[in-house]
Design a protein around this ligand. Structure first.
Ligand SMILES: Nc1nc2c(ncn2[C@@H]2O[C@H](COP(=O)(O)OP(=O)(O)OP(=O)(O)O)[C@@H](O)[C@H]2O)c(=O)[nH]1
Ligand SMILES: [Mg+2]
Length: 302
């Protein structure tokens, strides 16, 4: 009797996660990958760069690509962000279009319509289902079932409800392909960049109004100073003197809060004791200055 010892073929592919700001794209990426690789906050336009998260299984691998929220750009940084969404949608195997079921508006509807003609497998993901009654979720599904998508999945990136069904579907439809990244690689971002992002996240989460939009973080130093000891110096840029005062806070209280929250996350990421020093500097209109954008890591290849 013959036994079938043939291994199933390895399947792999790239999946871009797109949608308007704040729908939960980065939260979904982190939940799918099982690690925090992208920063998240309740402020729209938190994500500024493409961020890759790799999910590896025994016989398959999906490379998820998180993108900035789709919006009409008003600054050079905005143009860079919108361009990086376009770049992320090139050469992918599946497009995940994300909606926030608690707040579907005209912008979401036009995104869904515009992307429905893309020649790639398209999955509509209805996020934040933990916040709505089943009845109103059914209405949303009803509205979009003829929108030209290959599948619709209701999920909660926060509670992880529905994620297994989504993942199973994505895996089933993957084409045969190589293992693009080693099993232990979960993101393409260098540690130094993730640390800068974590500092920006804490600033976004603690600041309000227009201050968060003008925040940029530059790593000035990132060095090992002993066994399990890392020294990090970073500068937080903002666009106005009045913003600098807000970021520093009364007797430095705000900067201290941002610093201690960031340090905790960075320590658990690196597994090292971290000495984190933060400075705040004003760079007027840096979001419209190509040189400044490059310094802060927002580089266009073109
Ligand atoms: N209740 C609930 N909140 C969620 C869920 N997913 C994301 N959020 C929250 O929604 C907010 C935005 O999440 P992000 O993941 O930063 O959204 P994003 O789409 O990446 O936003 P941008 O990067 O600005 O485009 C955060 O406060 C998240 O905690 C969810 O499934 N349920
Ligand atoms: Mg994001």
């Amino acid at each position: 009797m013959k036994t079938n010892t043939k291994q199933p073929a390895f399947t792999s592919g790239f999946a871009a996660i797109v949608g308007r700001p704040n729908v939960g794209k980065s939260t979904l990426l982190n939940a799918l990958v099982g690690e925090k690789v992208a920063i998240t906050s309740m402020r729209p336009q938190t994500t500024r760069n493409r961020v890759m998260g790799v999910m590896s299984r025994e016989n398959s691998q999906i490379i998820f690509v998180d993108t900035p929220g789709m919006h009409t750009p008003r600054t050079k940084l905005g143009h860079f962000m919108v361009q990086s969404i376009q770049d992320a949608m090139e050469g992918i195997d599946v497009l995940l279009v994300l909606l926030d079921v608690t707040a579907i508006g005209p912008h979401d509807r036009s995104i869904v319509k515009d992307l429905s003609t893309r020649k790639v497998r398209k999955v509509l993901v209805l996020n934040k289902t933990d916040l709505v009654e089943p009845q109103s979720l059914l209405k949303v599904i009803d509205e979009f079932k003829e929108a030209g998508y290959d599948a619709i999945f209701p999920v909660s990136a926060r509670t992880e409800d529905g994620l297994n069904a989504l993942l199973d579907d994505l895996i089933i439809h993957l084409p045969q392909g190589p293992k693009y990244f080693p099993d232990d690689m979960i993101t393409d971002q260098p540690e130094r960049d993730i640390c800068a992002e974590l500092i920006r996240e804490k600033a976004l989460r603690n600041l309000r109004d227009e201050v968060p939009h003008g925040i940029g973080v530059e790593m000035m130093a990132f060095k090992k100073t002993g066994e399990n000891k890392v020294e990090i110096h970073a500068t937080i840029y903002c666009e106005r003197d009045s913003h600098k005062g807000i970021i520093i806070g009364k007797r430095g209280a705000m900067l201290q809060k941002i610093g201690s929250e960031a340090r905790k996350d960075i320590e658990s990421l690196l597994g090292d004791h971290v000495n984190l020093q933060l400075w705040v500097k004003v760079r007027p209109d840096w979001r419209d200055n190509l040189e400044d954008l490059r310094t802060l890591g927002y580089r266009t290849e073109k």
